[in-house]
Design a protein around this ligand. Structure first.
Ligand code: NAD
Length: 367
């Protein structure tokens, strides 16, 4: 994505220290130990997987939102409609890392019982990297597919052919468990890039690749600043009319079908700082369909076949969805998590804001 030698620098920090620091910020802000751990587990894993857009760099927004009441600390998922295999959960703007985990716990239990569970998760504060929730289902041996929208936040992404934003980065995710192996996890924003990656590029003061952003007139630009300084531009949807269509479907399924709300003038908040996610999850037990053994065997046969394709020139290996993240994790576990210095500075400021001592701020090394 973003590159360039004139950007700001990076520091590296050991994952365990980053985890302890993130937990300490949450605890000092008033979260329970359990909530702080879930938030730190989620954000640090996103960094380890290379999705810095959804890593600890989210903490300043989270603390801003707990301070203003847009995110409710120590809140839990509440079932508001129960049809057995179809449930609706209200998140009450609680920390998404708690609410989505609890929603998936319930969905997993129901899917094991009924063969399937459709979970409408509504009104949760930011649920971060959606793969995290699909991986929770996969660890229980279940296939799951997730459609997500965002409201409250200002519009970021233009519809296909549009010169103005009309929704946000609406992620889609499906995970398929494998016997004795890490799952297949396809997890992406339906925008050309996640907004967090624009934030990272803006923090690093680097230009982005062509084809990701438009300016306020709808013309192509590589300047991440168009998302931060008026007149505002927009992020393009991925995959032309197909990705643009998928983004629209995410809002309809996660926002309209679940009873959450779609992204529209009725839900956009004036200051645009809310990050409320709704998610439609369909969790399926392979045992209730072709049978677990059949499923596991077919998954292995198919993935082996797919990966056996001769790589294109310049490509080392054909990878399955989820493999790039695990390769990055191995590297970052060993060499530390790189964080741009602007993001690091913002984290240090937020630590001071919640009155952590300087001794609680970990040492970093220049990357
Ligand atoms: P991305 O463009 O990096 O795509 C990631 C997906 O593509 C992964 O499944 C990955 O395994 C797969 N992939 C990448 N390279 C591959 C290769 N060479 N071969 C095979 N598969 C490959 O992801 P993104 O759009 O930047 O999204 C980043 C994260 O942001 C996601 O985890 C998403 O859930 C999250 N997100 C969350 C929200 C929210 O509101 N909570 C909004 C937007 C995005």
């Amino acid at each position: 994505m973003a590159g360039g030698k004139d950007g700001v620098g990076e520091v590296r920090i050991k994952p365990a220290e980053l985890h302890a620091f993130t937990m300490a910020i949450c605890r000092a802000d008033g979260s329970s130990a359990e909530e702080a751990k879930l938030v730190a587990d989620h954000l640090v894993l996103a960094n380890l997987f290379g999705h810095d857009s959804h890593g600890v760099g989210m903490m300043p927004s989270y603390i801003q939102n707990t301070t203003t009441g847009r995110c409710t600390r120590n809140h839990h998922a509440k079932i508001i409609k129960d049809n057995g295999a179809v449930i609706v959960i209200d998140g009450g703007a609680g920390y998404g890392q708690v609410i989505a985990k609890e929603a998936m716990d319930i969905g997993i239990e129901r899917a094991k019982k009924n063969g399937v569970c459709v979970v409408g998760l509504t009104n949760s504060h930011h649920i971060g990297r959606i793969g995290h929730w699909a991986e929770q289902c996969a660890r229980a041996g279940l296939v799951s597919t997730h459609w997500v929208n965002v409201h409250g936040h200002k519009s970021l992404v233009a519809p296909f052919g549009g010169a103005e934003p009309r929704f946000t980065t609406n992620p889609y995710c499906t995970a398929v468990p494998r016997k004795g192996k890490e799952p297949i996890v396809l997890d992406f924003a339906t925008s050309q890039v996640a907004m967090g990656k624009v934030r990272v590029a803006n923090n690093k003061k680097v230009q982005m690749e062509e084809g990701l952003l438009i300016d306020s007139k709808g013309n192509p630009t590589t300047d991440p600043g168009v998302m931060y300084n008026p007149p505002f531009g927009a992020i393009l949807p991925f995959g032309l009319h197909k990705g643009g269509g998928l983004a629209v479907i995410c809002d309809l399924l996660a926002g309209a079908l679940t009873g959450g709300r779609t992204h529209s003038p009725r839900t956009i908040k004036k200051d645009g700082h809310d990050i409320i996610n709704n998610m439609l999850s369909i969790i399926i037990d392979p045992a209730a369909m072709g049978g677990t053994e059949f499923f596991e065997d077919e998954v292995e046969t198919f993935i082996t076949w797919v990966k056996s394709a001769k790589p294109q020139p310049g490509v080392k290996e054909v990878l399955a969805p989820g493999e790039p993240e695990r390769a990055r994790r191995a590297d970052r576990e060993k060499n530390g998590v790189p964080i741009d210095t602007t993001t690091w500075q913002q984290l240090v400021e937020v630590a001071r804001k919640v009155r952590l001592n300087d001794t609680d701020i970990p040492h970093t090394v220049a990357a």
